[in-house]
Design a protein around this ligand. Structure first.
Ligand code: NAI
Ligand code: 15L
Length: 267
């Protein structure tokens, strides 16, 4: 197996539960971490329940691991304070612990909300500046820049996977563009972990959908080739003839409805 011990944060979450089952072939031991309950450790698993904002706990969490899939944190819009502890301080703690313990490779679960305020009429690539659509998106931009800094300063390699919408199926027209199947998510993680040199790479995480807003040519060295397509859900999400519909802002931005949250979020 390519790794002795792989750490997965966010293991109790929607994607964490999927990954828990499917990353076992990559490591002798998978260390699972979350603030929430993860049940019992199965064969080849270690459970480490902790708050990412707790630096001492994160230092222990990262000890002895070869690589990290950092999926833990708040995954939608929330108050700045909550985002600050879980996502900003939490991601800092992961990188600082990785540096101190000599971890060489991290995959950071970034999000399309780091660039969510681009209009859907614009195709972008990894060199286009971030354009976050929410406090949540800002925390992902922070993680992307923090990981770039740790690469430049310490050599820890990171792939920032800007996940579109990774769910079992598609249920709105925007997701026809943003959908990332679980199989394609796994493939994105596989190439991110196993490509010999990744430096600091931003990879957009979408399946091989018919319409694309995200150009992955700047991450060509990873050789990510998504296989699935949202077209299988086409009949479930008929689009109007007019695109984007001029009167509905959720169809106007890469980030969809997240643009309505941000500073307006109510405690
Ligand atoms: P989720 O909300 O189901 O899972 C996140 C997990 O992080 C939860 O189990 C939660 O308990 C844990 N967590 C939250 N705060 C924590 C803290 N302070 N300390 C330790 N653990 C904490 O989200 P999901 O969908 O599984 O997403 C996983 C990651 O992927 C997140 O970082 C999210 O931002 C990112 N992502 C997911 C997308 C998707 O389509 N599912 C799209 C873009 C990004
Ligand atoms: C995200 O970043 C969220 O974590 C996820 O729950 C979805 O909202 C996804 O983006 C999306 O944009 O569909």
């Amino acid at each position: 197996k390519p790794f002795k011990r792989l750490l997965l944060t966010g293991a109790a979450g929607g994607l964490g539960k999927v990954l828990r089952e499917r990353i076992k072939p990559w490591a002798d031991v998978v260390r699972l971490s979350d603030i929430g309950d993860m049940g019992e450790a199965g064969e080849g698993e270690e459970i480490f329940q902790a708050d990412l904002a707790d630096k001492q706990a994160v230092l222990k969490m990262v000890e002895g691991v070869d690589a990290i899939l950092h999926f833990g944190g708040i995954s939608t819009e929330n108050t700045f304070e909550n985002i600050m502890f879980a996502n900003i301080q939490g991601t800092y703690n992961i990188y600082e612990a990785a540096h101190r313990h000599g971890v060489k490779r991290i995959v950071f679960a970034s999000s399309n909300h780091a660039i969510g305020f681009y209009p859907q009429t614009q195709v972008i690539d990894a060199d286009d500046p971030p354009r976050p659509d929410s406090m949540y998106g800002i925390s992902k931009v922070f993680g992307e820049q923090l990981s770039r800094y740790y690469f430049d300063r310490t050599g820890i390699e990171t792939v920032c996977l800007r996940i579109g919408s990774s769910f079992p199926s598609v249920n709105n027209p925007r997701m026809m563009c943003t959908w990332l199947s679980y199989d394609d998510l796994l493939e994105a993680l596989r190439v991110s972990l196993l490509t010999p040199r990744v430096g600091h790479t931003i990879l957009f995480g979408a399946s091989n959908n018919k319409r694309q807003w995200w150009d992955n040519r700047k991450a060509a060295h990873l050789g990510f080739q998504p296989k699935d397509s949202s077209e299988q859900f086409r009949a479930d999400v008929p689009e109007s003839g007019e695109y984007p519909p001029a009167d509905d802002a959720t169809f106007n931005y890469h980030g969809g409805k997240f643009i309505f949250d941000g500073p307006m979020y109510k405690d």
